[in-house]
Structure formats: structure tokens, C-alpha cells
Design a protein around this ligand. Structure first.
Ligand code: ADP
Ligand code: MG
Length: 597
């Protein structure tokens, strides 16, 4: 009986403080965020003894009048939410009205504030939840808060604080996160009277990174900007050769707020896969802007986690953008892309690079006459020139270089790819080219030895289709052909057959659909063409069905693959047939058309 008691407010605040205020760095975060919300353009943070003794934040924001000052420390007191709907549309850093109440419950706090339109300032002091009256005083526009002796009445909490140095490291981290996301604010940090950071507004995020980390890092980062659908992304990314042993140098911001998110981390990891050593973490600074309605920030007391409405979409957008940026870099990185998931060690790739540069320099000095000659650059020279020590690695490297994807291209109408050549440009029909590549590949596989057949895969569930007796006879007559293609069909009932196996290369093609079309071709050719030509007709059909279609948007990776495969088939193609895959325009032709000659 009478066991349950409603906690008094001070107790409630102390419990809330346990959630929001873990250590001095949390106080710094909450106070600086309040200054941002108040529209400050300059924020000074003075810290003593790692914040255990004093945290003192001065801003030039909108300030509070004496009525607001009296209320600001009440739990759930906030000026940032007025109606429920505001919760879906949060654009301020704070909104829960917990921070000041929590801080005042666990420390000795004094706050002086003056509104823009007021002639004098007001001051209130609170000692572990015990409030004094608001007093008028003199002071500048803006707000000054002093927080002393954190946890001094809570020995159990105080015990968990670390040395001043460690606590200061945490404060610097919080300061850094906010400073990176708010480059339009002057922000300064002092510790025990020593100036740690003086960050001027308006110099951009790269400069901030330079001041907060190092100028060298700042200069080395790649820049990425993109706006698509609901997502605006601006990012600074490390090059593939640099990385860290942990994820500490991965900064994600959503609408100006530092967040941690497993989808974003996974997208970055995936984007760098194969470009960075597997046990390294890339250094990234990702700034996302999304409409506030498309995620929920109210899932964590310190708002460090959010819940995206469509996290899969965010994941795939970030992955694609970052990956594309990294792959669009120079040949240097393209050539390093591992085929077998392994990367040459830096010494090896250094060696290889040197021999390549050497061979190229020699080539170009002998071929000064210009662009036309460059086509004949003999890559085998590289192999000859290099010693055999790193033989295999080098061969692979050289292989990649030879087929290194052309990085300059444009896809138009989702159907044609335009790419620059040494002496002009090409317009490629994406479907025709892909069809040709697949066709050549199929031919090669079947030509390699007598009786060669395509690799096939058993279907988990055989797919059935209707077949007339005449159709069944055609199948019977072309048994050998089907066998070479790796297609296995079996009677399944009266007038019904089933596909048991299907060539694995024809992924994405619906087996039954293909068989029906193939039956048409076979029926058409009875007695007209020999078996070899018939086989090629069927391979043609298979290539056509497997190839990308006109009207299909291709990713950077798909286009690069297509262009590098194109180089490969040009070297080996023996049987040109059918429609052209590309139309070539030379600079000379352009010059003629534009009457430049
Ligand atoms: P929240 O930020 O979630 O609203 P806080 O407890 O952090 O809650 O602050 C309570 C209120 O006090 C704020 O909504 C704001 O109106 C006022 N306030 C706090 N800090 C400042 C400041 N530096 N300048 C002006 N107003 C402030
Ligand atoms: Mg706040």
C-alpha cells in the first residue's frame, strides 16, 4: 500500500539529465546548439579543467527577456515547438526543452541575457535545481551561460568523469562536429585561457577542415556536390590511397546536425570497396540536406540518431553518388581497381606506375607528330621494360590499364553513349554494342573446342510451357543444338513441356519467353540453313534478349564496363555482321562542317 509516488520535479530533471548530459562535452553541445538556434553569428566557448570546473558560452544571438529567462529552465520549456505539427517540421537544433532544465539540475548555473530590443540585461542563478529570482543587470545583446562544478552534488555521476584532458578531447569533438556543419558562424574555443581554435565565418568547409584537422588533409579531399530528388549532398572524400584504422574520421550531417547512421556508414563502406584496403576506413565528410518530413530526429535523447522514411533509398543514392565520384577519377585509380578483389601493395603499384610512365614518356617523345600516332602506343613495352619480380601483379595491372574504362562519356536519351576518341568522338548504340559483346562472347565459348557447350544452370523450379506436336518435332530435330546451348527441356504432361536447365550467361532472360522465340526461329529455318548458321542465329537472339535495352539508364559502372569491353571486342572481332554499333566522327569532319578549314 502506498508504494508508488510521483517523483518531484527536481528528481525528474536529474533523471532526464542522466540521458542528455553524460559529460561536460554534452553541456557544450547543448549550449552551443542553443546559441545557433538563437541566430548567433559568433559563439565563444571558454572551458576550464576539461569543463569539470567551468563551461562558459557567450553568444550574440537574439537573447531572452526576463520572463523567458525565468521559464527557460523549466522542464519541457521551449520556444521552438508551438503545435504538434511542428514536430514533423523541425529545423532547429533543439526542440525538446530539456537541456537547460537538465543542466541546471546538476550544476551551478548562471545565465545573463539581453534581447535585441531591450535596454538592459537580466540574470538568473540556479544551483542544482534551486532557483533564485531574475535580477536586472548590465550586459551585451545575446546570452552568456556559465556552468560550474558539474555533478558536484552527484558523486556517483562525478566518478565517471575522466581526466580533464580526456574530457577536453570530447569537448573538442563536439565543437568540431558543430563547427563543420556551421561554417557561416564565427566559432572560438578556449581551454584554461589558451586559444585552441579560432574559426572565422564564411571560408567554407574545406578551410574548417584545414583548421580543425590539418591543411594537408583538407587539400587532399575530393569534392562532390549533387542535388537529386529529395536529397542534396555535398561531400568531401578522401582519395583511395588514404584511410584510417577506425571510423572516427567519418562525419555525417543531416540538415546541419551531426548524426550516426548505419545505412550511411554502410553506403560509404560499399562505395570504397575495392578502392581502399579492406581494414581501412575512408575519411569522409558528408553533408545531407533533406526535407524535415522525410526523417524523424526524435528517436534519441541527444538526437544523434535519426530514422529515415526510406533508408534504402538514402543508402542507394549515397552509394551511387560516392562510388561514381571515386570511379570518375583519373586512370591512376581506374587502373588500380582490382579484378580479383586484391590491390597491389603501394610499393608494387609505385614500381608499376614508374615503368608505365617511363614507357609512355619514351613513346610520346618519339611520336611528337601528334594525336594520330598515339593510337599505336605499344603497351607490351611496359611489360618488357619491367623486371619480372612483381610479374603477375604487373600483368594484371597492365591488363587493367589496357582496357581502362574511358572516363569521358555522356549517355543521351538513355540509349546512346557519346565518348571522346583521340581524334574525334563516337556515338555508340548501347543496345547494339552490348548485343555484339555478348554475341562475341557466346561465339568464343562455343568455338573454343569441338563439342563445347555453354555452361548451364538447373532451374530450382522447372518452368512449363505449352507445345504443339509440330513444336515437339522441331525440338527433337534440334537436339544437338539445344545441348550445345545448355538448354534442357523435358515433356511434362500432354502438350506441356518444362525447361529444366538454362544457360547461366543469359541471366535476366525469361527461359520460357526465350524458348518460344527460339522455336519461331527454328521453325522458320527448317531446311534453309546449315546447323552452324542456325546456331549463330540463335546466339544472336540470345544476345539481343540479354543486352541492355534502348531507353535504359545505365550507371557509371555499366557504361565503363561497356566501353572497356568494346576495346576488347575490337581486338578480337572476326565476324562483323548486322547493324553498326557505333558511328565515328572525326575532328577533321567537324572542322569541315563548321567551316573551320
Ligand atoms: P530547446 O533548445 O530544446 O528548446 P533548451 O532547454 O535547450 O530547450 O532551451 C530552452 C529555451 O531557452 C529555448 O527554447 C530558447 O527559447 C531559450 N534559450 C536557450 N538558450 C538560449 C540562447 N543562447 N539564446 C536565446 N534563447 C535561448
Ligand atoms: Mg536546446
Amino acid at each position: 500500500m502506498g508504494q508508488i509516488k510521483v517523483l518531484d520535479q527536481n528528481m525528474v530533471n536529474m533523471i532526464a539529465a542522466g540521458e542528455v548530459i553524460e559529460r561536460p562535452a554534452s553541456v557544450v553541445k547543448e549550449l552551443v546548439e542553443n546559441s545557433l538556434d538563437a541566430g548567433a553569428t559568433e559563439i565563444n566557448v571558454y572551458v576550464e579543467d576539461g569543463g569539470i570546473k567551468l563551461i562558459h558560452v557567450v553568444d550574440n544571438g537574439c537573447g531572452m527577456d526576463s520572463d523567458d529567462l525565468a521559464l527557460a529552465f523549466e522542464p519541457h520549456a521551449t520556444s521552438k515547438l508551438k503545435i504538434i505539427a511542428d514536430l514533423l517540421n523541425i529545423s532547429t537544433m533543439g526542440f525538446r526543452g530539456e537541456a537547460l532544465a537538465s543542466i541546471a539540475a546538476i550544476a551551478k548555473v548562471a545565465i545573463t541575457s539581453r534581447c535585441t530590443d531591450s535596454i538592459e540585461a537580466a540574470r538568473i542563478e540556479i544551483d542544482c535545481g534551486v532557483k533564485n529570482n531574475v535580477q536586472p543587470c548590465s550586459g551585451d545583446t545575446g546570452t552568456t551561460i556559465e556552468v560550474r562544478n558539474l555533478f558536484y552534488k552527484m558523486p556517483a555521476r562525478k566518478k565517471f568523469l575522466r581526466t580533464a584532458n580526456t574530457e577536453m578531447t570530447h569537448i573538442i569533438e563536439q565543437f568540431t562536429r558543430i563547427a563543420l556543419a556551421h561554417t557561416d558562424i564565427n566559432m572560438n574555443l578556449f581551454h584554461n585561457d589558451r586559444e585552441l581554435y579560432r574559426l572565422a565565418a564564411g571560408l567554407g568547409v574545406r578551410q574548417r577542415i584545414g583548421n580543425l584537422f590539418s591543411a594537408e588533409l583538407a587539400q587532399s579531399l575530393l569534392e562532390l556536390q549533387s542535388t537529386e530528388r529529395n536529397l542534396k549532398l555535398s561531400a568531401l572524400l578522401c582519395r583511395s590511397q588514404s584511410g584510417k584504422a577506425n571510423a572516427k574520421f567519418q562525419y555525417f550531417f543531416l540538415n546541419g546536425r551531426f548524426i550516426r547512421d548505419k545505412f550511411l556508414s554502410a553506403a560509404v563502406r560499399e562505395a570504397y570497396r575495392g578502392l581502399i584496403e579492406p581494414d581501412k576506413y575512408p575519411i569522409v565528410f558528408l553533408f545531407l540536406q533533406m526535407p524535415p518530413q522525410s526523417f524523424d530526429v526524435n528517436v534519441h535523447p541527444t538526437k544523434i540518431e535519426v530514422r529515415f522514411d526510406d533508408s534504402n533509398l538514402v543508402y542507394s543514392q549515397i552509394l551511387a553518388l560516392v562510388r561514381e565520384k571515386l570511379l570518375s577519377l583519373d586512370l591512376d585509380i581506374q587502373a588500380k581497381l582490382p579484378k580479383s578483389g586484391q590491390i597491389p601493395s603501394s610499393q608494387e603499384s609505385q614500381d608499376i606506375k614508374q615503368s608505365i610512365t617511363g614507357a609512355m614518356a619514351e613513346f610520346f617523345s618519339q611520336n611528337r607528330q601528334g594525336a594520330a600516332g598515339q593510337r599505336n602506343f605499344d603497351f607490351s613495352k611496359i611489360a618488357q621494360k619491367s623486371d619480372s619480380a612483381a610479374g603477375q601483379q604487373r600483368e594484371r595491372f597492365y591488363d587493367e590499364l589496357q582496357t581502362a574504362p574511358v572516363s569521358l562519356y555522356l549517355q543521351i536519351h538513355d540509349s546512346y553513349i557519346i565518348t571522346q576518341t583521340e581524334d574525334g568522338f563516337l556515338i555508340i548504340d548501347q543496345h547494339a554494342l552490348h548485343e555484339r559483346i555478348i554475341y562475341e562472347d557466346l561465339c568464343r565459348r562455343l568455338a573454343s573446342d569441338i563439342g563445347a557447350k555453354l555452361e548451364s544452370q538447373k532451374l530450382l523450379v522447372p518452368e512449363s510451357f505449352e507445345l504443339t506436336d509440330a513444336g515437339a518435332q522441331i525440338l527433337e530435330a534440334n537436339k544437338d543444338l539445344l545441348q550445345r546451348l545448355g538448354i534442357e527441356l523435358e515433356p511434362f504432361g500432354p502438350g506441356i513441356w518444362a525447361v529444366q536447365s538454362f544457360p547461366s550467361l543469359l541471366s535476366g532472360v525469361k527461359p520460357v519467353e526465350f524458348i518460344i522465340d527460339m522455336l519461331d526461329v527454328l521453325a522458320d529455318s527448317v531446311g534453309k540453313i546449315d546447323s552452324e548458321r542456325l546456331l549463330h542465329k540463335i546466339l544472336d537472339l540470345a544476345a539481343c534478349k540479354t543486352a541492355v535495352k534502348a531507353g535504359q539508364k545505365l550507371s557509371h559502372a555499366e557504361i565503363s564496363k561497356l566501353l572497356s569491353d568494346k576495346n576488347a571486342i575490337q581486338r578480337v572481332s572476326r565476324c562483323p555482321h548486322g547493324r553498326p554499333t557505333a558511328i565515328k566522327f572525326s575532328l577533321a569532319e567537324l572542322e569541315k562542317q563548321f567551316k573551320r578549314t
